[in-house]
Structure formats: structure tokens, C-alpha cells
Design a protein around this ligand. Structure first.
Ligand code: NDP
Length: 441
């Protein structure tokens, strides 16, 4: 273990997610650092792995029964060398500084990989939106913004959505920001089209994931149209990835949520996906999908990885795919895995993929489509323009193909590229150069 990693582990022994992300990054760039010793100077790695700033604050709000509730919120402003801090806000009971720090580190490399002028941050609160009324969600968003508006702005920090934060929440957050700052600036992305949002932002992460996957397949003279695909999750990323894969001719056989998995051996279709969106908006579970449609089975407490597939797309949450799942996928003939979620595969699972014929694409490359279209939303806001769906989709496809090429540059462009090394080195290289050029700050 490097001395730096040891120091990080000693300093924050409970930040296990952050240790996992930092170790993966340091291992992936170590060969490149040996060839570029100048990048080990100026304390560059230690600075990269320490947030520029962390803001922690309480969010007091009143529920529908008149009870005062207090949640804890954070913003990790990780790295601003390439532009304003950029990254989502997550509302989930599991949110803590460890989870947000790992997400912010992943975001740093991801945003650099897009080639856009974006720094990196991540934030959120341990607030559980499930079962809360619309009025409670609004009051919570407004209470959070009462503090956070001091720390953000179009050239400072530009948040967006993540788990538990969709267009409705972004609307309430943006509204309060606008009132308090008295400015309509593009200080949020993922906004509604009615007030400065970009078309295709909700779809962007899922669609971008499929565009990246198609680049992987094309590189091997393969096509998505004859593949069986297992998707996990039933949220924004999962549903749009499934929809685009179906549009491209693939057979999508699974979706999942925190309660279980649905399996459709003959494949899901758009009517199923519309029903999933409706059921999830109602706060229901995927068991209802199996009740509503023939040909779909629900498996309580199961993950999708036991079902036969050639392509696996984990799109739910961190560490949802463990070593045993990885072995089962490999044994069942799965050959491609691209991460829609952030760090959904444990380190042990990634090691299994490395020892197999599986091609593994990490989220920092494969799910960069969301932040890329957020970058496009910022450009549209600052130019007072709004681009057509065709225009945004073309740019998204270009960006994902470019990210794929950058991965090949540093991960080998033979038949079996190392996408983890390629993505890590390409992103690291860009942010490292910017940090070195700006001195020790
Ligand atoms: P959503 O909140 O829309 O959906 C999350 C989904 O994951 C839900 O279906 C949820 O189930 C499921 N889930 C949560 N925890 C678990 C668990 N422990 N086991 C199984 N399923 C679980 O979030 P998003 O789709 O926006 O985000 C999903 C992932 O993608 C996250 O890792 C996020 O960081 C990442 N990501 C998102 C981007 C975006 O643009 N939204 C951009 C890049 C990455 P349930 O419905 O039961 O809660």
C-alpha cells in the first residue's frame, strides 16, 4: 500500500468508500506516474485526494404534522482546477461524508474526461424523500437552499440531481436559489425545460451509457442489436439506459430496485418502462410490474446478476455487484459490463472481471453522459440559447465516442482494452496538468 493511501486510511478510518475509490485510482495511474515523475511533485496526489472545501450544515424543516425535523447536509467541493465545482446532490438516508467524498473523487476524473470546463463536487443530505408529500419535499429543498445558496453560483458551484433528486427537486432548489440570490443565472442543471433546462438531460446518463457501450462493441466488431442485457436499478439512469438499449434492438431482461428484481426472459418493452416510471413515482415496488404484466417474474431480495446475459449494466447504487455476482456473470457468459451507477462493483468484483474475458467499463467513463449534458445546459444558459433534441443528442454521442477514444489511448487499443486504466489516466492527466499550472493552492 502506498504511504499516501496509508495516511488517508489512518486519517479517516471509517471512510471505506473513499478508500476504495482512492485505491482504485492510485493503482490505475501508477504505471503512468512512473513514466511521468513530475506528476508526483508539488504534493499533487495528496492535494487531488483532499477536497478543496467541505461544507456541512443542518437543515431544519417542518413536516406535515407540524413536527420539526433536522437533517444533515453536505457539499464536498472537491476540485476546481478545470472549472466551477460540478456534480449532483443526493437525497438518501445513506448519505454521509464518506459516500459524498468517494462520489466527488469519481466526479473529478469523470468531469475531466468529458473535456469540458468542469470542476468537481458532490453533495446531498441524509433526507429520505420516500413517503414524503410534495409540500414536505418543497419545504426541505427550500430549507437546504437557505444555507447552501451562500456557497454556489454559475461560476462557483453548479449542482444537479442524483439519487432522490430529480427535476421536481431541482425546480424547488433552483426556485429558492433564485429568490435568495436575486439572480436567474445557470446555477443548477437538470432544470425543467420551462425555465432553462436542456432537452435530453433526464435521459443523458442512460443514453450516454448505451453510446459508450456501442463504442466498446464496435471496437470488437460486435453489435448491440443481438445482445441480451441485464440492467439493475429502476430509477432515472436504469430506465433510460433500458429504453435506449431496446431502441437499438437489444433484449433487456431485468430491472431491479431496493426490494428485488424483475426478470422478463422475452424482454421488456416501452410499455413496461412507462409502467415502471409510474409505479416508482407512486412509491411502489417492482413486484407490481410482475402483477400487471404476463411474462415477468419478480424475485424478492434478489439481484439481476444470476440471470443469463451477455451485457450487464449496473445502474442502481454503489457496491451493488459483489465478487460472487461477478463470478456468476462471468460463468454465465457475460462479456461486457458498463457501469451506469457510480462504483457499483466492489474491488473484488472488478478483480474477477480483470481475470476473465469480460470487458469492464468504469462509471467515470461510461456514465459521464449526464454531466456532459449538464455542461451543455450551462453553455445554453450562458448563451441564452436552447438547442434541439437532435443537436444535444449528436453532441452527447460525440462526447461519449471521444471519451471512449481517450480510454483507448491510455488503456490499449487492442482487442481487450483496459478501460479502467484508460479512463483513470486520461482524466487524471487533464486535471493534474491544470493543478500543476495553477501552483500549490
Ligand atoms: P434514482 O434515485 O433515480 O434511482 C436509483 C435506483 O436504485 C432506484 O431504483 C432504487 O430503488 C435503486 N437502489 C437504491 N439502493 C439500492 C440497493 N441498495 N439495491 C438495489 N437497488 C437500489 O437514481 P439515479 O438513477 O439518478 O442514479 C443511479 C446511480 O447512477 C447512482 O449511483 C448515481 O450516482 C449514478 N449516476 C446518476 C446520474 C444522473 O444523471 N442521475 C449521473 C451519473 C451517475 P428504490 O426505487 O427501491 O429506491
Amino acid at each position: 500500500m502506498s504511504a499516501l493511501l496509508k495516511e488517508i486510511k489512518q486519517r479517516d478510518p471509517h471512510h471505506t468508500h473513499f478508500h476504495q475509490a482512492a485505491e482504485s485510482l492510485l493503482n490505475s495511474v501508477s504505471g503512468y506516474l512512473d513514466q511521468h515523475p513530475e506528476l508526483r511533485t508539488q504534493g499533487l496526489l495528496a492535494r487531488l485526494l483532499e477536497p478543496e472545501r467541505v461544507i456541512r450544515f443542518r437543515v431544519p424543516w417542518v413536516d406535515d404534522q407540524g413536527e420539526v425535523r433536522v437533517n444533515r447536509a453536505y457539499r464536498v467541493q472537491m476540485n476546481g482546477a478545470l472549472g466551477p465545482y460540478k456534480g449532483g446532490l443526493r437525497f438518501h438516508p445513506s448519505v454521509n461524508l464518506d459516500v459524498l467524498s468517494f462520489l466527488a473523487l469519481e466526479q473529478t476524473i469523470k468531469n475531466a474526461l468529458t473535456g469540458l470546463p468542469l470542476g468537481a463536487g458532490k453533495g446531498g443530505a441524509d433526507f429520505d424523500p420516500k413517503g414524503r408529500s410534495d409540500a414536505e419535499i418543497m419545504r426541505f429543498c427550500q430549507a437546504l437552499m437557505a444555507e447552501f445558496h451562500h456557497h454556489m453560483g454559475p461560476d462557483i458551484d453548479v449542482p444537479a440531481g442524483d439519487m432522490g433528486v430529480g427535476m421536481r427537486e431541482v425546480g424547488y432548489l433552483f426556485g429558492m436559489y433564485r429568490k435568495l440570490s436575486r439572480s436567474f443565472g445557470g446555477a443548477f442543471t437538470g432544470k425543467s425545460l420551462d425555465f432553462g433546462g436542456s432537452v435530453l438531460r433526464p435521459e443523458a446518463t442512460g443514453y450516454g451509457l448505451i453510446y459508450f457501450l456501442q463504442s466498446m462493441l464496435t471496437h470488437q466488431n460486435e453489435s448491440l442489436s443481438d445482445k441480451t442485457v441485464a440492467v439493475s436499478g429502476a430509477g432515472n439512469v436504469a430506465r433510460h439506459a433500458a429504453a435506449k438499449a431496446i431502441e437499438e434492438g437489444a433484449t433487456v431482461v431485468t430491472l431491479s430496485d431496493s426490494r428485488g428484481t424483475v426478470h422478463a426472459p422475452e424482454g421488456l418493452d416501452d410499455a413496461h418502462l412507462d409502467a415502471v416510471a409510474r409505479i416508482k413515482a407512486d412509491g411502489g415496488g417492482l413486484d407490481r410490474l410482475a402483477e400487471e404484466f404476463d411474462g415477468i417474474e419478480h424475485y424478492q431480495g434478489e439481484r439481476p446478476w444470476r440471470f443469463d446475459c451477455q451485457v450487464a449494466l449496473p445502474c442502481a447504487t454503489e457496491n451493488e455487484l459483489e465478487e460472487d455476482d461477478a463470478r456468476r456473470l462471468v460463468d454465465n457468459g457475460c462479456r461486457w459490463l458498463a457501469e451506469g451507477a457510480n462504483m457499483p462493483c466492489t474491488a473484488a468484483a472488478v478483480a474477477v472481471f480483470k481475470d476473465s474475458d469480460m470487458l469492464y467499463a468504469p462509471g467515470k467513463a461510461a456514465n459521464a453522459g449526464g454531466v456532459a449534458v449538464s455542461g451543455l445546459e450551462m453553455s445554453q444558459n450562458s448563451r441564452r440559447e436552447s438547442w434541439s433534441a437532435g443537436e444535444v443528442d449528436r453532441r452527447l454521442r460525440d462526447i461519449m465516442e471521444r471519451i471512449h477514444r481517450r480510454c483507448l489511448e491510455h488503456g490499449g487499443d487492442d482487442a481487450r482494452p483496459d478501460y479502467l486504466t484508460g479512463a483513470s489516466v486520461a482524466g487524471f492527466q487533464r486535471v493534474a496538468r491544470a493543478m500543476l499550472g495553477q501552483g500549490i493552492i
